[in-house]
Design a protein around this ligand. Structure first.
Ligand code: CA
Length: 238
């Protein structure tokens, strides 16, 4: 029997934890329930899970504090964390993402959405494909030849803009905070200011021309690459 992905649920409300666990179990996951940070830490010291579902409001250490703690620990820093939160304020979302969470779900959530997000972070965790061709709308990035085309016209991108676009295209439809982009596109360059991200996103948009509309600014949160915009062809602008 193959190993089922282990999902650690850190949630103090038994009814919610049970609902999540039942749904995970029925969909081929192995849920483990911890009702607070101390219990969760014991689980982590024992066997590492594949994903952590982390409630924000917990007795003792908050989800936010736990997320920061696990992100700064080499043993746990790679584990995807999805925050479960009743808070939907923009500043809270930013705080959640900045604490190192990969994603967040606002309560009340549908179990279908929860499962989709769990699958998504598991997919993202798979080793980054270094090569290959990615297509979104008419935008094509070929990592092997380092070429980007839009509606079959080649685009000129600087090396950072290329990496940024590659990251966006392999993690589309998801909001990335500036801090996350710095970590994942630039690496751990703590001395680079977050403003740098804005500069390169601006350059990327300019280089993409009409397709630049796909790079969305999510106010107060960061940036997202989306397929769900109508991209005008350059011809129709004439
Ligand atoms: Ca709670």
């Amino acid at each position: 029997m193959r190993n089922l992905p282990r999902i650690l649920i850190v949630e103090d409300e038994p009814a919610i934890a049970e609902l999540i666990a039942v749904n995970l179990r029925h969909n081929g996951f192995q849920p483990i329930w911890a009702m607070d940070g101390v219990t969760a830490q014991k689980e982590l010291d024992d066997v590492l899970p594949d994903v952590i579902l982390l409630d924000w409001m917990l007795p003792g250490e908050s989800g936010l504090m736990l997320s920061k703690k696990w992100r700064s620990n080499p043993r746990t820093k790679e584990i995807p964390i999805i925050m479960l939160t009743a808070r939907s304020e923009e500043s809270d979302r930013v705080a959640g993402l900045d604490s190192g969470a990969d994603d967040y779900i606002v309560k009340p959530f549908s179990t279908k959405e929860l499962l989709a997000r769990v699958r998504a972070v598991l997919r993202r965790r798979k080793p980054q494909q270094s090569g290959g061709r990615i297509q979104l709308n008419d935008l094509i990035l070929d990592a092997d030849t380092h070429r980007v085309t839009f509606q079959e016209q080649p685009l000129k991108l600087g090396p950072t803009e290329f990496k940024l676009l590659q990251y966006f295209m392999t993690h589309k439809e998801r909001v990335h905070s500036r801090g996350q982009l710095l970590d994942r596109v630039w690496g751990d360059h703590v001395f680079i200011e977050e403003r740098t991200v804005d500069v390169h996103v601006k350059r990327l948009r300019e280089a993409l021309g009409a397709a630049g509309a796909m790079v969305e600014t999510v106010r107060g949160a960061g940036y997202r690459l989306t397929e769900m915009v109508s991209v005008q062809s350059p011809q129709s602008e004439h």
